[in-house]
Design a protein. Structure first.
Lengths: 276, 183
């Protein structure tokens, strides 16, 4: 039941960085990867992230499940893109080098394959770094980090509450679901879609109504303790920045700068090798 | 800070946790392979109707971002933002519905469902695909078909689960003016 956020406690330089540092780095890194379609930068990022993985002592075995899930998603997305727009690459890069035809509009071009390569590289550039963040950041430190990077503390506290109550609500959902199944509710494929939705309702209604009571109890408890009285608050899991934190953030800022610079040099988001 | 805002903060936290659990574990397999019917939008519509547009936006934002995080593919911002937009629209449109006072009959059911259809059409038919094109440079026809299919499925689930939830919740609240002084 636990381990949705799969924090793995090991002793490594990446674990030693504060949560706020890792969050800032994650944001800088993913913006750098999101903004550009420059293949050269997108090819370097996965290599760095594999090195970081080795440094963090997180093994492939630890993230196998999440990795598999994401790879399936990546393949599906690529197939969909090709099915819907087999000529998307041609319109992006402005040239057409036909390799072979699959009939009809489905002509495989170098440009299209190059576009797919970029899409795949984009996934490979972001997935490992997100996994790394999830595996090396303690959930309770995450909320403190949000506040540190400037998110208002009430929103950071909402996130922290959500992370705190996900396991509870999950357990309650499981209990209600089993109780209702014992009373004859069926959610398997044998039922029609509308019936399945209705039986989902039979589980969700008790779950959500009891959560409404929970909201009352928690907000009363917080009010009693004077939550929201001061403009600032401290966090149990907050840690001060050290030398390595500053260095890590500067390196990631450099990556973002590289991405912006490449976009400016390429005169757009795409690096076009076909116009050489 | 007033009492109400503490309640909103907690509602956002619990709402996002519920959104996460429903999105991750209560996926109903649909006839189309690899597409699950997401029940969480019924919840989001209900929470937004009850707690207002700010809570609706934050529940959609945080809940959806946490789901994306837990799958490990990073945050697909365009769709996360679309969820938040649906929360805002539902919150704004439901200003006329007074759920907390136990009022949810035919007129309110109609308002709620018209609002959710408009909200889903705008969020998945307009915002999600346009943001996909702007942020990820994906082909237009692909993202619009994806958005419309997702939006339609969400309209159906919200109509059934959202309405059921509102009716059930309203039934637990005493109606305004339901008590009469004996003379």
């Amino acid at each position: 039941m636990n381990g949705i956020f799969n924090y793995i406690d090991r002793e490594s330089p990446i674990h030693r960085l504060t949560g706020a540092t890792k969050l800032v780095c994650l944001l800088l890194w993913s913006f750098a990867a999101m903004m550009t379609y420059d293949t050269r930068l997108l090819a370097v990022l996965p290599v760095i992230s594999i090195v970081l993985f080795i440094v963090s002592k997180i093994r492939l075995r630890d993230v196998r499940f999440m990795l598999g899930f994401t790879l399936v998603f990546m393949v599906l997305n690529n197939v969909l893109v090709f099915l819907f727009a087999p000529q998307h690459g041609v319109s992006l890069y402005g040239t057409k080098h036909v390799l072979f035809s699959l009939g009809g509009n489905y002509v495989v071009t170098k440009e299209q394959l190059f576009y797919h390569l970029n899409l795949v590289l984009k996934y490979l550039a972001t997935i490992p770094i997100v996994l790394l963040f999830v595996c090396t950041t303690q959930p309770s430190e995450f909320a403190a980090s949000l506040n540190r990077i400037g998110v208002s503390y009430s929103i950071a506290y909402s996130v922290s509450l959500a992370l705190r109550y996900i396991p509870d609500i999950q357990r309650e959902f499981h209990e209600i679901s089993q109780a209702q199944q014992a009373r004859g509710i069926e959610m398997s494929k044998k039922q029609s879609l509308v019936k399945r939705l209705k039986s989902a309702g039979a589980i969700l209604i008790p779950l959500i109504l009891s959560s409404m009571d929970r909201i009352e109890v928690i907000s009363n408890a917080m009010l009693l303790r004077g939550f929201g009285k001061n403009k600032k608050r401290t966090w149990y899991m907050g840690r001060p920045f050290r030398k390595w934190d500053i260095l890590a953030m500067m390196l990631c800022a450099l990556l973002l700068a590289a991405s912006v610079w490449l976009n400016a040099r390429n005169g757009g988001r795409f690096w076009n090798p076909f116009l050489a | 800070m007033k009492n109400n805002s503490v309640r909103t903060i907690v509602a956002v936290g619990i709402g996002a946790a519920l959104f996460f659990v429903l999105g991750r574990f209560v996926a109903i397999p649909s006839p189309v392979p690899n597409t699950n019917i997401s029940t969480q939008y019924g919840l989001l519509a209900f929470m937004a109707a009850l707690f207002g547009p700010v809570a609706g936006a934050l529940i959609g934002l945080i809940g959806h971002a946490l789901i994306d995080f837990s799958y490990g593919w990073g945050i697909w911002w365009s769709w996360v933002i679309a969820s938040a937009i649906f929360g805002i629209i539902m919150g704004l449109a439901s200003k006329r519905i007074n759920l907390a006072d136990g009022e949810f009959s035919t007129k309110e059911i109609l308002t709620f469902n018209v609002a959710q259809v408009i909200g889903h059409v705008l969020a998945w038919g307009l915002f999600a695909p346009v943001l996909d094109i702007v942020m990820y440079a994906e082909p237009a026809n692909k993202v619009f078909v994806q958005g419309l299919v997702g939006g339609l499925a969400n309209i159906v689930t919200t109509a059934i689960i959202g309405t059921l939830l509102c009716v059930a919740y309203a039934a637990t609240k005493p109606k305004k003016g339901s008590l009469k002084e004996e003379k």
